[in-house]
Design a protein around this ligand. Structure first.
Ligand code: CTP
Ligand code: MG
Length: 175
């Protein structure tokens, strides 16, 4: 890998990560209130998604990520040419897909009888990345190595972040 292609790789992956992380993070920070499934139960008698997926979190996540992509476009007008796609539209797609992937993850957890908020390693960290990249395909296809890097980096950041939170006593458990 030449230096230039390494820089391109890092830039492209960062442009993909920004809306995905903003969406997921802001849904958590700003979420709450009415659940998006309105408390309704699926055929198995369990909730469709549960109280962890709210209207406000969903809206704020998508809006914040799209705004984030807009801000990046202002600071880095070349993003469009660099990516070969409109970055604001791509950011919106990544965020909408991140939410869809997150919903799919929750739907699956509820079907498996796993309560809202109970952790499922890999699924919890990767559902939003996968969903976002799939929706994003409408404008841009990531290289396999880019997608893999995003999955691996997200898992690593999650594990390291939790370790730091545990050691600094922000969290009681290291996961
Ligand atoms: N959140 C939200 N709306 C979303 C996604 C997340 O309001 N669309 C908020 C909720 O307060 C949620 C928190 O962010 O509890 C953490 O999100 P997540 O870990 O995805 O949900 P969980 O509560 O763990 O629920 P689940 O078991 O269904 O994944
Ligand atoms: Mg969770």
């Amino acid at each position: 890998m030449t230096e230039q292609s390494l820089i391109q790789f890092v830039l492209r992956v960062s442009l993909m990560a920004i809306p995905l992380y903003i969406c997921n993070g802001m849904a958590l920070v700003l979420g709450g209130g009415k659940p998006i499934d309105r408390g309704k139960k699926f055929l198995d008698g369990k909730r469709w998604l549960g109280d962890g997926k709210t209207l406000r979190g969903t809206f704020c996540g998508i809006a914040a990520a799209t705004l984030g992509a807009f801000a990046v476009t202002l600071a880095f007008p070349g993003a469009r040419i660099f990516l070969g796609a409109d970055y604001i539209a791509y950011g919106f797609l990544l965020a909408a897909g991140a939410v869809a992937g997150d919903f799919a993850g929750s739907f699956l957890k509820r079907r498996l009888g796993i309560e809202r908020g109970k952790r499922v390693f890999l699924l919890d960290q990767l559902d939003f990345i996968g969903g976002g990249l799939v929706f994003g395909l409408a404008l841009l296809a990531p290289a396999a190595i880019e997608a893999l890097f995003l999955f691996a980096f997200t898992l690593m950041a999650h594990v390291i972040g939790n370790q730091i939170a545990y050691r600094t006593k922000i969290k009681k458990v290291p996961w």
